[in-house]
Design a protein around this ligand. Structure first.
Ligand code: G3I
Length: 375
């Protein structure tokens, strides 16, 4: 090849290089322009777990064992949209200890194992409740010492098995009468008196000193005599040095009745040094359900989550079920339905957009959570 031919070959090569560089630059510019002109949300699509993380809260869901084992779609909804799970039924007394000293860990192990494999937090539900007790316990005749022993055995077995893996527990569930303000005359109250609450919390703390211990209650979200009574109880327990760390606001609402002052009610408890959660959120709609209802429900999901975000010590919002197909509502409230963010076929409802809207707001300066007092 002559010097002239070599020169031409080189310049042709350089021309190709320059053309390629210009093309790359154009592609880059076009992409950048496209990205910059998209709405902010589409630019950085983030799922609910990532959004929840920016607010330093857990976004939880109540799960049942059967669909968790058998239904792919069910599992996907949980892992793609939530950061935490609560066992809807399988950690309750009747399932865990159906006969005295006979424990069934199959359900709890399934849920805790699933959570661990998928990096989800687990909230424990529940230790002392008046419902879903096995017959041997509910119909037994107990002296205070005997019942104390029964409590210790059960709590030791359940909390002990998942120590360090289940990080918070509803130690006391629904201690007040349905419409308050008196304490519920449940088995524990009848045998041990009002002090059963302090005894159970103290026992739970001895078993797992790191776990956050909750009282979980319904009908307290908008204030009133029941909320006042729970506030007096919490104050009294804390004054006595009882290890109580949180209050669960269950949040079973009827559409149109989500209270506007929920953040204010939560703050009454966080002012005592407690954390709070919205622990069993659902918003049921009277049948028949139309698009307007679903839009209003979306707004109310947004409002409920917003309330938690306004309270720095509100650490978790959990919805009570994966889809409308699994909700407790139709069985318990005939004529009401569609209470959850996913419909019967796992299609997201406007309620899911409501949750996203609340969580997409710029995080406020949520204070770092106080370490719970050790007693
Ligand atoms: O276990 C039986 C099963 O053997 C039987 O085949 C089947 C037939 O219907 O029923 C099963 O029992 C059901 C049980 O859940 C377990 O799935 C009961 O019918 C059903 O009434 C029971 O309802 C649960 C309810 O607690 C019991 O009080 C709901 O699923 C559960 O969502 C609900 O959860 C409570 C929270 O723990 C506390 N706060 C209120 C919330 C709603 O009630």
């Amino acid at each position: 090849m002559t010097a002239q031919e070599t020169w031409h070959a080189l310049t042709r090569g350089r021309g190709a290089l320059i053309t390629a560089a210009i093309l790359c630059a154009l592609i880059f510019l076009a992409t950048a322009t496209l990205v910059l002109t998209l709405p902010e949300q589409e630019q950085t699509p983030r799922g609910l777990p990532q959004l929840a993380h920016t607010h330093d809260i857990e976004l939880g869901v109540a799960v049942a064992v059967n669909p968790l084992v058998n239904d792919n779609q069910y599992r996907s909804v949980v892992t793609e949209h939530y950061t935490s799970v609560t066992a809807e039924n399988t950690m309750k007394w009747v399932n865990v200890q159906p006969q005295r000293h006979t424990f069934d860990w199959s359900g709890p192990d399934t849920i805790v194992g699933f959570a661990e494999r998928n990096g989800l937090d687990v909230h424990g539900h529940t230790l002392l409740w008046h419902n879903q007790l096995p017959a041997w316990l509910a119909q037994g005749s107990w002296t205070p010492d005997e019942l104390h022993q029964v409590m210790r055995e059960h709590m030791q077995a359940l909390m002990g098995r998942y120590q360090g893996r289940v990080t918070s527990w509803d130690v006391i569930n629904e201690p007040f009468q349905d419409t308050g303000p008196r304490l519920r005359q449940n088995l524990w109250y009848q045998v041990l008196g009002e002090d059963y609450i302090a005894q159970a919390l103290t026992m739970a703390h001895q078993i797992d000193p790191q776990a956050k211990l909750y009282i979980n209650e319904f009908g307290i979200e908008g204030g009133g005599p029941k909320t006042d009574a729970l506030h007096r109880l919490a104050t009294h327990l804390l004054d006595q040095g009882v290890p109580l760390h949180g209050i669960g606001f269950q949040g079973h609402f009827i559409q149109g009745n989500v209270p506007e002052n929920m953040a204010q009610q939560m703050r009454r408890f966080t002012d005592l040094g407690l954390e709070v959660s919205l622990s069993e959120l659902d918003i049921r709609i009277p049948e028949p359900v139309d698009e307007t209802d679903l839009q209003q429900q979306a707004h109310e999901y947004e409002q409920a989550i917003q309330a938690c975000l306004e309270v720095p010590e509100c650490v978790r919002v959990s919805v009570w079920g994966v889809s409308d197909q699994h909700s407790w509502i139709p069985e318990w409230f005939p004529g009401y339905t569609a209470a959850l963010p996913f419909d019967d076929s796992y299609t997201p409802k406007p309620a899911l957009d409501g949750m996203t809207t609340a969580l997409s707001r710029t995080p406020s300066n949520r204070r770092p959570h106080q370490p719970h007092p050790t007693h």
